[in-house]
Design a protein around this ligand. Structure first.
Ligand code: SF4
Length: 117
């Protein structure tokens, strides 16, 4: 029974954080500027204190994800295998659809991670 409650809480937390990500994605889609499509080397790093980054639990290294908050996270989940990553696969920093005009670490992670098809 206790595990069932934890699962439900995890789901609610994940769903609410994912909703934040979807809102950010929707609001940023129109705001995407040419700079959002620039090579990641030209983009500033996503700041860890960026409100959306904080809300989504973004970390520069997936190993540092908050395991108490994000129980479904695994270290195999990285920006480089997320459907929202953009740019060249060989780069250490790349653009992300959720954070226009910024670059994320290829080995980074946030709760909006979704497997690249
Ligand atoms: Fe989050 Fe995916 Fe963007 Fe990485 S690439 S910051 S996991 S949405």
């Amino acid at each position: 029974m206790k595990n069932s409650n934890m699962d439900r809480r995890d789901f609610v937390r994940f769903a609410s954080l994912s909703a934040v990500g979807l809102v950010a994605l929707a609001s940023n889609a129109q705001a995407a500027t040419p700079s959002a499509k620039a090579p990641a080397a030209d983009l500033p790093n996503l700041e860890l204190d960026n409100p959306t980054a904080k809300a989504l639990g973004y970390v520069e290294d997936t190993k540092n994800a908050d395991k108490t908050k994000f129980k479904t996270h695994t270290v195999e989940q990285k920006c480089l295998n997320c459907r929202f990553i953009q740019g060249e696969a060989t780069k250490k920093r790349r653009p992300c659809t959720l954070f226009p005009g910024k670059s994320v670490a290829s080995v980074g992670w946030c709760v909006s991670w979704a497997k690249l098809a």
